[in-house]
Design a protein around this ligand. Structure first.
Ligand code: SF4
Length: 288
């Protein structure tokens, strides 16, 4: 079965990544968002990135088809998970010329098989949204700042009637997962959005964890609720307001992006064992 639509939606319009980039480095934000064609080093593909992308794609199709069936609609409107993974791997290979996508395609299909064996009988969830963008406008002294995110899944748990935002995470190991995400803007943002859209019905954020052992091929899964951070949630909208105000302030200076303030820390200029994609500009200046 290769018919049906492929879910491949990309980032939301103005989400945490947009704001986080500014927090990491104002110059990086300006180079990305004000001069997007500027001399960006091509993003290097890594095993975790490719595996995560393909498994997300598979899970999106698992849950989209469950949602369609529950609504009495034709599940084949969207691809089956295995076909979707193959289609995305093919599309990314054609775009990048990097064989890493095809290398991971079959293993990611097996990960989905394992996931379905573990969770296929779990009927406690009514699927409300699969990778659809949600939004809120944050009031700021007469202005409104758009804030958006694209959750992997929004589902109502039948047993308690609450709505949960799910985040699929492909991880190296299942332990060490929830606590480190309690203060992550991605999850603070989900809670702010969830509370603003579903109010009292909002139950929280759930990590849908999938780990894959590269050496043994062992797949493990676990679900874990992200602990609430009441003060963090309360301050998050203020953080968004200040980020937007600061961006507006720098924009008004009219400075070219390469002259916006740079973070210049090893945490920002060197990430995930690679230099920042704009490091060549910061080292030697723009050439275009
Ligand atoms: S190299 Fe460092 S200073 Fe330059 S854009 Fe990247 S994070 Fe900012």
């Amino acid at each position: 079965m290769t018919g049906g639509k492929l879910i491949d939606r990309g980032p939301s319009r103005k989400g945490w990544h947009w704001h986080q980039t500014f927090m990491v480095c104002p110059r990086l934000w300006a180079l990305h968002y004000l001069e997007p064609d500027k001399e960006k080093e091509p993003r290097k593909m890594s095993d975790p990135l490719v595996r995560g992308t393909l498994v997300h794609c598979g899970l999106a199709h698992v849950y989209k088809r469950i949602q369609l069936k529950a609504q009495g609609r034709e599940a084949d409107e969207y691809m089956r998970p295995y076909s979707a993974i193959r289609a995305l791997a093919k599309k990314e290979t054609a775009a990048s010329g990097d064989p890493i996508w095809e290398d991971w395609s079959e293993r990611c299909q097996s990960i989905i098989t394992h996931y379905n064996v573990t969770w296929g009988d779990d009927t406690d969830w009514e699927i409300l949204n699969v990778e659809d963008e949600i939004e809120v406008y944050i009031e700021d002294a007469g202005r409104k700042h758009l804030y958006t995110q694209r959750p992997d899944l929004v589902a109502r748990r039948r047993s308690d009637g609450k709505v949960y935002i799910w985040d699929h995470k492909c991880v190296a190991t299942l332990h060490r997962s929830g606590a480190r995400r309690q203060l992550s803007g991605q999850f603070l943002g989900y809670r702010v959005l969830g509370q603003s859209i579903w109010g009292e019905e909002f139950g929280g954020v759930m990590l849908n964890l999938v780990s894959f052992d590269n050496k043994t091929g062992k797949v493990s899964t676990r679900r874990e609720y992200v602990k609430a951070a009441p003060f963090g949630d309360q301050q998050f909208t203020r953080t968004i307001k200040w980020a937007n105000r600061a961006i507006e302030m720098f924009k008004k200076t009219g400075l070219p992006a390469a002259e916006w303030p740079g973070a210049h820390t090893e945490y920002s200029c060197w990430r995930y064992n690679s230099p920042c994609e704009m490091a060549h500009i910061c080292n030697y200046g723009p050439t275009l």
